[in-house]
Design a protein around this ligand. Structure first.
Ligand SMILES: [Zn+2]
Length: 496
């Protein structure tokens, strides 16, 4: 039985009684007078509580002293074989006993942060636990952890999460304060709550808790948590913010921190929604700093612009008038020939399958322009600029380093009779309508759909196919994301 468990063997011993008598005798000596029961200035409240709890036949047993007053807030106390009853006008008269009383005493009784009891202990909680409320907080007792105080902001956070039946479980030790930044921490059976004056109390759990620990807790680069954990991110991921960065977790990548210059560069590419996905490592610095992500690596070198490398298999390149290729003279891996053009091998084989399937359906698709190197783009763009001026050139040609064609993942397609070549009416031609209906099945999207120039920076180009892989293409279609900018959650890129 839980109540007996609190009481424990020690509480029932003669030693305990003797200790109480010694304390009482010491108090009497210090006070210089033996206060008679009739001198208790509590309006009979202590005796009423004693009777309410069964008197001498109840848990408290026989009185050990006559009681005395003069405690904090003009309070009074009387000791019994099985515990004590404390009274103050603000709190009323309530008994404390067993493990909870012992811990309360260790915390300074009514003079400590807990103050006077507001009730007797209430047992029958989850896990055979008991709780007793005090003016300044609670004492929770469990067979596993004994009596543990909980108070203040950490107690409020714990309560908001469902007390001991919530995710945190029971407190396993008292709050420890004077941590870095004058913060406090308290451990619970299933997590830890950290409090700091500037950011309040936030629980940290599981993978985030252990990853934070490997980085040195609040003394390390992450500092204090500034938010609770937030889940439901793409791919069933979670994040938690700290003063020095953010921890990201996903089922396949685990928990890793992102912050600083690399974090802000990553955010320009759509955070975990973009080509890089979730971090798979922390930042590593030896000279330049690098961090690995699911989709590639970001490098920060103090003496050079930020740069990235996507893993060779990753076709989720984000390139727009705001996001140049990295480096701007980028050359794709594994270029192969397709017709008279070139593409990355993954894009080329997918496109070839589409062309073959279209041919089986009686539709011929021709290839107009695939991979264009940085140098080819230089001459293409400068010839437009020389002929029409830069303003016009920017509307019909990407600047070198900003063209999807340089990624090896784009192809301009046409019809054998060149009907509506590179015009918006291409959408109604056999090749155009076949691509519009079917390209996604092969991992392609119409990269510049009509009506989204303010987002993509390009007017409608129903002939410009961009390979992003079948998974992403199917997801964009099922989510109804019209542009890659929206799918990756990138800022709009209407111009350079
Ligand atoms: Zn194109």
């Amino acid at each position: 039985m839980a109540a007996y468990g609190i009481d424990g063997v020690i509480m029932r011993t003669i030693g305990r009684r003797l200790a109480t008598i010694v304390i009482a005798a010491t108090m009497i000596l210090l006070l210089g007078v033996a206060s008679p029961a009739t001198a208790l200035d509590d309006g009979g409240a202590i005796d009423a509580a004693y009777q309410r709890l069964g008197g001498s036949a109840g848990r408290l047993g026989q009185p050990l002293d006559a009681g005395w007053c003069g405690l904090k807030d003009n309070g009074c106390v009387r000791h019994y074989q099985g515990g004590s009853v404390h009274w103050s006008s603000a709190s009323g008269a309530h008994a404390a006993w067993g493990g909870i009383e012992t811990r309360w005493a260790g915390l300074g009784r009514e003079d400590g942060r807990l103050g006077y009891p507001l009730e007797e202990e209430q047992c029958g909680r989850a896990g055979s636990g008991c709780v007793q409320e005090f003016q300044g907080g609670s004492l929770y007792w469990t067979p596993s952890y004994g009596a543990v105080p909980v108070w203040g902001a950490i107690r409020a956070t714990w309560g908001s999460m469902g007390w001991e039946t919530g995710r945190l479980g029971y407190p396993t030790e008292g709050e420890r304060c004077a941590r870095a930044g004058n913060g406090c921490v308290q451990d619970f059976s299933n997590g830890t709550v950290y409090w700091s004056p500037d950011y309040g109390a936030h629980p940290v759990f599981a993978a985030f808790l252990s990853r934070w620990g490997t980085l040195g807790w609040e003394w390390g680069s992450l500092g204090y948590p500034t938010s609770d954990e937030r889940c439901g991110l793409r791919g069933s991921g979670c994040l938690q913010e700290f003063t020095g960065g953010t921890l990201y977790w996903s089922p396949s990548t685990g928990a890793h921190p992102v912050g600083g210059g690399i974090g802000s560069y990553w955010s320009r590419y759509g955070w975990e929604n973009g080509p890089f996905g979730y971090p798979t490592s922390g930042e590593s610095c030896s000279g330049p700093c690098t961090q690995d992500f699911w989709g590639g690596r970001i490098t920060w070198d103090p003496s050079a612009p930020m740069s990235y490398t996507l893993w060779d298999w990753n076709p989720l390149v984000a390139v727009s008038k705001r996001l140049p290729l990295s480096p701007q003279s980028y050359v794709p891996p594994s270029l192969v020939g397709i017709g008279s053009q070139q593409m990355r091998s993954d894009a080329a084989s997918a496109l070839q399958r589409m062309i073959d399937d279209a041919a089986s359906a009686g539709i011929s698709i021709t290839l107009v322009s695939g991979y264009r190197s940085y140098d080819e783009q230089v001459s293409l763009y400068s010839s437009y600029a020389a002929q029409y001026g830069q303003a016009y050139a920017d509307t019909v040609s990407a600047r070198p380093g900003y063209s999807e064609h340089q990624s090896g993942l784009a192809m301009d397609i046409g019809n054998p009779d060149a009907a509506c070549a590179l015009q918006s009416c291409f959408e109604s031609t056999p090749a155009g309508s076949y691509a519009a209906a079917n390209a996604w099945r092969y991992g392609f999207i119409i990269r510049y759909p009509g009506g989204y120039q303010d987002i993509t920076g390009y007017s409608y180009e129903p002939w410009h196919l961009r390979y992003i892989g079948p998974d992403a293409a199917a997801q964009m279609r099922s989510w109804g994301a019209p542009t890659l900018e929206q799918y990756f959650t990138l800022a709009a890129a209407p111009g350079y």
